[in-house]
Design a protein around this ligand. Structure first.
Ligand code: GLN
Length: 475
């Protein structure tokens, strides 16, 4: 196995016992990027020099640490991680995938970035995304679309397209993302990696370029569920710079990974396996249900009756918040150039300005907020009966580049199974569920707010019983 193919857990072991060095590991990732980024376009910026420098520092630190010391407080020491280009890093260009911020260099680190750096992570580069995180396919990037490593004629899913593709192609050991309506779970599912969208407020949004502030969740992509828990242990928690991070206790997310799923009640919402679900995706999902049943979980049908309004509600609330958040790129601040806004951003700014304008506010925005509450109540009711819910992540397998780009409504519909979790503020985990029409698809595990420990436990148990996460794309 090549070093860049290691999981975080495996690399930690190798580094601690000095079987491998961070410089070797980082070089392996950089080589992979050099070889395959020209065709995949997963990175906007590669931080070659600074990454090697950080790796050298990490190796020196390992030489000064005893094995015990290199435990928790340096849990990511020497591990190469890629960041979605929406995460501010001091001194490194951060574009949000838009030409508007083509030359923007943040003067500070996002809280998550600071936490990763404090634990010794090596920042390997900034990944491509749909501009401002608007999109489901990666094609809205002003820096060209990212390609799916499993078949470069297909989309990798968006908006965190580069982070998922980079990880799937072993260009890093983990990567970060943001999920406002599915932008972590969808690309994770399309690229055969694990994606975690934590509970709203579990991870600080400070320093991450805002899309829709009441929906944005900060999460990550990993090769295994265990790695996802390791990363959440670092990123979760209250932050004085983000008032939406509550003081809810941060658990040890790796603790229950091996507790199994025996007697855990898992709901399957009947509205999610309805019309419009691709036959092959449905078959894979039914197989996943059987696997979980075989492991001792109790599966039962649940109902989320307001699901059908999810897309309509999301595409009113989300653009409303976008129109307010993007107003700061006025051509005066951030060295921004507003004439560079792309079509999708313009579409959302106009929609949002309209739905918030007097005369229409009551009819659209306010009504959408009411229905948002009903969607949240659906989940509250369901979670009285079951511990967690599973669904496919996407109603279809990955689609061809160009297939939906001229039909925004069709593109929006691909979010139908993911937006409700953001509207309700609950966590969602995407794990590889097999291949439909030869391309990866994922299973989504949802739970009540702050139930990440349970979701990771279910995800890990399913993953260990299946082979999907061990499959790699042929590059
Ligand atoms: N695809 C959705 C949108 O375009 C979600 C994007 C996201 O989660 N950032 O708004």
């Amino acid at each position: 196995m090549k070093l860049n193919q290691l999981t975080i857990k495996q690399a930690q072991e190798g580094l601690k016992t000095k079987k491998i060095s961070s410089v070797e590991l980082t070089k392996a990732c950089l080589e992979q990027i050099k070889k395959h980024n020209p065709s995949l376009n997963a990175f906007i910026t590669v931080c070659e020099d600074s990454a090697l420098h950080e790796a050298e520092k990490a190796d020196q630190q390992f030489n000064n640490l005893t094995i015990q010391q290199s435990g928790n407080s340096f849990s990511l020491l020497g591990i190469p991680i890629a960041l979605k280009d929406l995460f501010s890093i001091k001194g490194i260009k951060t574009t949000a995938g838009s030409k508007v911020l083509e030359n923007y260099i943040p003067p500070y680190d996002a809280t998550v970035v600071k936490k990763l750096k404090d634990r010794g992570a090596v920042i390997i580069g900034k990944t491509n995304l749909d501009a401002w995180a608007h999109g489901s396919s990666g094609e809205n990037s002003d820096f060209g679309p990212t390609k799916n490593p499993w078949n470069i004629d297909y989309v990798p899913g968006g908006s965190s397209s580069g982070s998922a593709a980079a990880l799937s192609a072993d260009m890093c050991l983990a990567s970060t993302g943001t999920d406002t309506g599915g932008s972590i779970r969808l690309p994770a599912s399309f690229c055969n990696v694990v994606g975690l969208k934590p509970t709203y407020g579990r991870v600080s949004r400070y320093g991450i370029i805002a899309m829709a502030s009441s929906l944005d969740s900060i999460g990550h992509f990993t090769k295994t569920v265990e790695d996802s828990a390791i990363l959440l242990n670092v990123t979760a928690g209250k932050d004085q710079f983000d008032a939406t991070t509550p003081g809810v206790e941060v658990q040890n997310y790796t603790k229950n990974l091996n507790s199994g799923v025996k007697s855990i009640k898992i709901g399957v919402p009947k509205e999610y396996v309805a019309k419009g679900l691709d036959k092959n995706v449905q078959t894979k999902f039914e197989e996943a249900i059987k696997v979980l049943e075989g492991l001792g979980a109790i599966l039962e049908e649940v109902t989320l009756p307001h699901t059908e309004y999810g897309i309509a509600v999301y595409y009113i609330i989300q653009p409303s918040e976008v129109s307010s958040n993007l107003a700061r790129y006025d051509g005066i601040r951030y060295g921004s150039a507003r004439e560079n806004f792309g079509d999708e951003a313009k579409r959302r700014i106009m929609l949002g300005t309209y739905t918030l304008s007097s005369g229409y506010y009551e009819a659209y925005y306010k009504k959408a907020m009411f229905v948002r509450t009903l969607i949240k109540r659906d989940f509250d009711e369901a979670f009285k009966k079951v511990d967690a819910i599973i669904t496919p992540v996407s109603p279809t397998p990955p689609w061809k580049l160009g297939e939906k780009i001229n039909d925004p409504l069709k593109m929006y519909l691909s979010d139908i199974l993911t937006v409700t979790a953001n509207l309700a503020g609950i966590p969602g985990l995407s794990v590889p569920m097999g291949f439909a029409s030869g391309l990866p698809v994922g299973m989504q595990i949802l739970g009540p707010q702050f139930s990440e420990t349970l979701l990771l436990q279910i995800g890990h148990t399913y993953e260990q019983a299946t082979e999907w996460h061990n499959q790699n794309p042929k590059l």
